[in-house]
Design a protein around this ligand. Structure first.
Ligand SMILES: Cc1cc2nc3c(=O)[nH]c(=O)nc-3n(C[C@H](O)[C@H](O)[C@H](O)COP(=O)(O)OP(=O)(O)OC[C@H]3O[C@@H](n4cnc5c(N)ncnc54)[C@H](O)[C@@H]3O)c2cc1C
Length: 640
């Protein structure tokens, strides 16, 4: 039987050697003191491996075999309800029967208490079979986990610290319904005039005299928006002026709205109208809905004005999820390309033996392995930080001294690493999935452009990955700001990192460490260039400011839109450098611990080193012409 786990050596490496399971299982199992939990990491990892093997088989046998039908059948609006096609329905019956929607929920809420990392790795295999299945699947268990996380954050979940057991949680019935696969949720943010710019959201939430909340407005592009439970971001506050804390993002709040209720005879009462199901380039099995809210009853989640904060709680997981989804799609495209290239002959040999195609295939394989290393690392730190924070939130849950020590010492490190790696993963995995899917089409030649092999489907499906859950450009801006602001706040640390990288690049004993350090040097030196240019621009702008005003202008008077313009122009190039820097560090650590991974590092370095040099060159020598072209418009905008 085909199996997407057992046939993937790189994926198996993580289960067997590449993941430090012990500390993760220890926090997941609350120090092995729950009555119904695992009693050792070995026992737990054995179970995770069985789940991975089961998902591998289900993905290969039940989903991949239906992917072409799912794509052809699509979804449709019928009598006000969005309907899946028969193939998608059959797949979700199989997922429900396999109890996959409840994988990570606590046992007492009907779950299997598996780590999120297993959920993500399973997601990669499902996405390799079909990305629209993976997307819709994530709005079942993923939304149930979001509901639990929101309740924990707002303080409406009680945990019995002795038994390490959720004794009460606010959304328990919705969580259990989603875990059973009887309902699913969605995250409703985007509106016709507000996508990347969330501060422009207009959907309103108003309270009646009894304190009940109602939502009115329109949301578009809502994945799985035909579900029952909708987390909706809506405006609750009107700001008096732009400096009001409730202005822009500060005026948004998070709500949970039920879209419908079913009566005893199956009759449905709707509170949210599905206006349209989008006709899309790809992802045909996944419903993307336009929705209307017209005084829809809703419950406030958290406090007023905390909507953006609550959205971020979910967003990191969602972005890591898109990273794994992209890798699954890329794995499929690479394998399809390789199989075709090994079979198709031209000019006396298989096309896989032609130099250029061999080079493409080698790069595709290397990129996928590098991305998986980045993804596992990002997911690990994200999960460890969430779980250690949970121990910290509930007094007594961190029972042993070791747990307390870990919480205090390790939490800031996991948080910082997850914050650094998540946008890099979302950006690079999504962009690479498109690139690899396009190469797959090209390697197939003419039949790649037809529907015969399914290569064109992968390219259509891939195109949305750099758009949803924050576009590539937004990821690049976030990473650039985080990186440069970090260097401004901690200049000594930055200078010391640069000096150390340069030293290692010249004098490290391990030649591979020297090469990784060279990439770090290129990245840090590009950052230094952007910082000095930004500072120089600021100093120049002080020419008209009296000296007495310099202090204020240098400490408070930064306008990110104007002062960081060169860094914003180069944000995507910097993003690529940052991603290569991070991947280099991760692969070097793997190679040190597992000598057999040195071969991957060498393969990856052969391309990454030259790429880093070119990106550094581009950042430090170009951009002036575009900024000069934009300057008059920027001045006009600043004057408004
Ligand atoms: C299939 C699909 C599923 C989706 N699912 C959901 C969902 O479940 N829930 C939900 O709320 N939304 C969802 N979305 C919406 C998605 O998150 C938005 O489309 C995305 O955030 C971009 O917003 P926009 O379409 O308004 O584009 P815009 O914000 O108008 O951006 C257009 C282009 O301009 C770029 N851009 C914008 N601002 C800047 C800037 N400051 N600097 C540089 N470039 C910039 C963007 O990167 C993009 O390339 C989905 C979209 C699709 C296509």
């Amino acid at each position: 039987m085909a199996n997407f786990f057992t046939d993937n050596e790189d994926l198996r490496f993580y289960f067997e050697e590449g993941i430090d399971w012990d500390p993760l299982v220890e926090v997941t199992e609350y120090g092995y003191r729950t009555a119904d939990g695992f009693k050792s990491a070995r026992e737990a990892v054995g179970f995770y491996r069985d789940v991975a093997e089961m998902v591998g088989e289900l993905s290969a046998e039940q989903i991949a075999t239906r992917a072409a039908d799912i794509d052809r059948e699509g979804t449709r609006l019928d009598g006000g309800e969005a309907k899946d096609g028969p193939a998608m329905t059959a797949v979700f019956e199989a997922l429900k029967a396999a109890e996959l929607h409840r994988l990570c929920l606590p046992r007492e809420l009907g779950g299997l208490n598996a780590p999120l990392l297993l959920y993500f790795l399973a997601g990669e295999m499902i996405a390799r079979a079909d990305v629209s299945v993976m997307t819709h699947h994530s709005f079942h268990g993923g939304m149930a986990m979001a509901a639990l996380a929101y309740s924990v954050h707002e303080g409406t979940t009680d945990i019995d610290a002795v038994r390490a057991h959720v004794s009460k949680t606010r959304f328990s019935s919705a969580i259990e319904e989603m875990a059973r696969g009887d309902a699913w949720g969605s995250m409703d943010i985007t509106e016709p005039n507000a996508g990347s710019d969330m501060a422009a959201l207009r959907t309103r939430a108003e309270q009646d005299e009894n304190g009940r909340w109602y939502l009115t407005g329109q949301k578009i592009f809502i994945t799985s928006g035909h579900g029952k439970y909708h987390f909706v971001i809506a405006r609750t506050e009107d700001a008096k002026d732009p400096n009001d804390p409730f202005a822009g993002l500060g005026g948004l709040s998070m709500f949970l709205a039920k879209a419908y209720e079913d009566g005893p005879n199956g009759e449905r009462r709707r509170f949210v109208t599905i206006d349209r199901v989008e006709e899309k380039l790809g992802h045909h099995g996944s419903v993307t809905a336009a929705l209307s809210f017209d005084r829809t009853p809703a419950e406030l989640v958290g406090k007023r004005g905390e909507g953006f904060k609550y959205m971020l709680v979910l967003m990191n997981n969602a972005r890591v999820g898109v990273g794994f989804e992209s890798i699954g799609l890329a794995e499929n495209a690479y394998r399809m390309a390789r199989a075709y290239a090994e079979e198709r002959r031209s000019m006396g040999k298989t096309i896989a033996q032609h130099e250029m195609i061999a080079d493409y295939l080698d790069e595709m394989r290397t990129d996928i392995q590098a991305l998986r290393a980045l993804a596992v690392e990002a997911a690990y730190h994200e999960e460890a930080s969430q779980k250690l924070a949970l121990l910290g939130r509930f007094a007594g849950l961190a029972a042993t001294g070791r747990e307390k020590e870990r919480m205090e010492k390790e939490l800031p490190m996991h948080r910082a690493r997850s914050r650094r790696l998540t946008p890099l993963l979302k950006y690079l995995a999504a962009e690479k999935a498109v690139e690899i899917a396009r190469r797959n089409v090209q390697i197939h030649g003419g039949v790649g452009y037809t529907k015969d092999y399914g290569a064109e489907k992968l390219l259509r499906d891939a195109m949305v990955l750099p758009i949803y859950e924050g576009t590539s450009q937004i990821q690049a801006l976030m990473a650039m700001k985080d990186t440069l602001v970090g260097a401004i706040r901690r200049p000594h640390e930055f200078v010391s990192r640069l000096a150390q990288a340069r030293l290692r690049a010249m004098s490290s004993r391990d030649p591979l460490e020297r090469r990784v350090a060279r990439i770090q040097s290129f990245s840090l030196s590009a950052q230094q260039f952007l910082l000095t240019r930004t500072a120089a621009g600021k100093l120049k702008s002080l020419a008209d400011v009296p000296v007495s005003g310099w202090r204020d202008a240098l400490t408070k008077g930064w306008d990110p839109k104007r002062d960081f313009s060169l860094a914003m122009l180069h944000a995507e190039r910097l993003m690529k450098l940052l991603a290569d820097e991070a991947i280099g560090e991760i692969l070097l650590a793997q190679a040190s611990a597992h000598p057999k991974r040195r071969e991957l590092l060498v393969r990856w370095l052969d391309r990454a080193e030259l790429r880093a040099r070119a990106l550094h060159e581009e950042i430090t020598t170009t951009g002036g012409r575009i900024l000069a072209m934009l300057a008059p418009e920027q001045e006009a905008l600043a004057a408004e």
